[in-house]
Structures are given as C-alpha cells and as structure tokens.
Write a protein that binds this ligand. Structure first.
Ligand SMILES: [Zn+2]
Length: 76
C-alpha cells in the first residue's frame, strides 16, 4: 500500500498499484487516480476532488480545489 498526495486537497490518498489498476476497476483499496487533462498535464486526485471537477477540467479547476477550502473572505 502506498499513498500519494492529492493535487486538489493535499490529503494522502491510498493507492493500490498505480494507474494500471484503474483499467481493471480494482479500486477496493484505491481512493484516487491520475487524471490527464486536455492540455496533457496530469494530476493525482482523490475521488472526492474528482467529483468536484467539471466535465472538462482545466489546470485552474484543479488548483481551485485546494483554494475552495478557504472561506470567501480571504481577500488580502
Ligand atoms: Zn482530494
């Protein structure tokens, strides 16, 4: 069992054996997967963050995941 930090929320996410398991849907012990965006960049995300993303996520959508934990009044 290994863990990988989620690119969205920063939590350590359990991964069973890399993205190869994604194709066999062996997700029993895997809480996230690597998402490749349309621009070719890749982010490892937990399923909770993936659900928060729009259908065609961009890099800024991934970055916004972590920022979303801050309240709206963070104008400094
Ligand atoms: Zn996450």
């Amino acid at each position: 069992m290994a863990t990988e930090p989620c690119a969205g929320c920063g939590r350590d996410v359990s991964i069973a054996g890399g993205i190869a398991n994604f194709w066999s849907f062996d997700t029993d012990s895997t809480d996230g997967l690597t998402l490749e965006l349309a621009d070719g960049s890749e982010y490892f995300l937990c399923f909770a963050c993936i659900e928060e993303l729009p259908d065609n996520p961009r890099a800024e959508d991934v970055t916004a995941l972590g920022a979303a934990e801050d309240p709206e009044d963070t104008r400094s």
